[in-house]
Design a protein around this ligand. Structure first.
Ligand SMILES: [Ca+2]
Ligand SMILES: [Ca+2]
Length: 314
C-alpha cells in the first residue's frame, strides 16, 4: 500500500513538474520577444522565470503531499531530483534547489510566551543545545531580553541602552524575531556562535523563527533530539535516527517500543515533539546561460493549503 501510494505520488509529481516546465517554457518565449535587445537582461529574466517556476513547483509538491506524517522520504524531500528531471530538456536553462523542513529545529521565538514571559521548558532545551554545541550559555539572558517587550535588563542581559551605544546604534528588538538572520543583532550572538569555528558547528543549522513549537522527530538533527531532555542518551537518539532512516515514524506511539526510552522519559518529551511539519524553507536557483537568479522562501502548510510567509529574491 505504501509502495503504491508513493508510486502515485511520484507520477503526480512528474505530471505537475512537467506542466510547470511547459508553463516556464511558454513564459520564457513571451519574455524572449521583450528582452531580445539586451542579451544579459534577457538571460537574467529567463533565469528569474525559471526560479519562479521552481518555487511554484516546490509549493505544489508540498501541497500534494499527504500530511499524515512528514519525513525526507516524502516527495518534498526529493525536490532536487524532480527539478533536474523537469528541467532536463530546457535548452540552456534549468532550476534546482531544495526544500528544508523547519519543524525539526528549535524555535527561538518560543523561548518566551506571547507576553514575553520566559517558558522554562523551552529555555532549558535551548540551554542544553548551547552546551551540546560547546557554546557559552551566558548569552541566553541577552536573547530573552531581546525577545521580551520591556526595556528592563535582566541579570546578565542587555536592553536598548546597551544597543544604543554600539556603532552604529540600534534599538533592542523587544519582540519575536522575523528572520534567523536577525539573531546576529543580539548581544553575544556573533559569527562564531552562529556559524561555528574550526570543526565545531554553530547554532544556525539548529534554530528557526518559523515553527509551531513542536519538533518533528523524523527531521530533527541529532543535537536537537539530544536537547529534548537531560535523560535522553546518545544511544537512544542514535536508535531514533536509525529507525527513521529505514521507516519514518508515522505516530508518536511507535516510540514506545524503542530500547532505552523509559515511559517516564517518553511522557516528558511527548509534549515537545511531533511527526508532522508545518513550516518549510524553499531555496531555488534558476539558471539560464551565464545568468543566475536565486529565491528563498518560507511557507506554512496547513489543511487549507500552502501559504508564502517569507520571500527573498537574490
Ligand atoms: Ca526587552
Ligand atoms: Ca527585559
Amino acid at each position: 500500500m505504501v509502495v503504491r501510494r508513493q508510486g502515485i505520488a511520484l507520477l503526480m509529481t512528474l505530471l505537475v513538474l512537467g506542466l510547470l516546465t511547459a508553463s516556464a517554457l511558454s513564459l520564457m518565449r513571451l519574455a524572449d520577444l521583450e528582452f531580445r535587445v539586451a542579451d544579459n537582461t534577457y538571460a537574467f529574466a529567463q533565469a528569474e522565470i525559471l526560479a519562479q517556476a521552481g518555487l511554484q513547483g516546490a509549493m505544489t509538491l508540498l501541497a500534494m503531499d499527504d500530511n499524515d506524517y512528514d519525513a525526507p522520504t516524502d516527495p518534498w524531500g526529493r525536490f532536487g531530483q524532480y527539478a533536474s528531471l523537469a528541467t532536463g530538456f530546457i535548452e540552456e536553462g534549468a532550476f534546482g534547489g531544495r526544500i528544508e523542513d523547519l519543524s525539526g529545529l528549535i524555535d527561538i521565538n518560543s523561548l518566551v510566551d506571547r507576553t514575553g514571559v520566559p517558558v522554562t521548558q523551552r529555555i532549558e532545551q535551548f540551554d542544553r543545545l548551547l552546551r551540546l554545541l560547546e557554546l557559552d550559555p551566558d548569552i541566553l539572558p541577552d536573547l530573552l531580553d531581546w525577545l521580551d517587550p520591556d526595556d528592563e535588563a535582566r541579570m546578565g542581559g542587555a536592553e536598548t541602552p546597551y544597543y544604543r551605544q554600539l556603532d552604529p546604534p540600534y534599538p533592542c528588538g523587544n519582540g519575536p524575531l522575523d528572520t534567523e538572520a536577525q539573531l546576529g543583532l543580539v548581544k553575544g550572538f556573533g559569527r562564531r556562535v552562529l556559524d561555528g569555528q574550526d570543526d565545531r558547528p554553530g547554532l544556525r543549522p539548529y534554530v528557526t523563527v518559523h515553527s509551531s513549537g513542536l519538533i518533528n522527530i523524523n527531521t530533527a538533527p541529532e543535537p536537537v533530539l539530544l536537547s529534548l531532555d537531560d535523560g535522553l542518551t546518545r544511544a537512544v537518539v542514535q536508535e531514533i535516527m536509525g529507525r527513521r532512516a529505514s521507516q519514518p515514524f508515522e505516530k508518536l506511539d511507535e516510540l514506545r517500543d524503542l530500547p532505552g526510552l523509559t515511559p517516564e522519559l517518553l511522557n516528558r518529551i511527548v509534549p515537545l515533539i511531533s511527526v508532522k511539519s508545518e513550516f518549510f524553507r524553499i531555496r531555488v536557483e534558476g539558471s539560464f546561460r551565464q545568468a543566475r537568479a536565486a529565491v528563498t522562501a518560507v511557507v506554512y502548510r496547513s489543511q487549507s493549503g500552502v501559504r508564502l510567509i517569507y520571500y527573498l529574491q537574490g
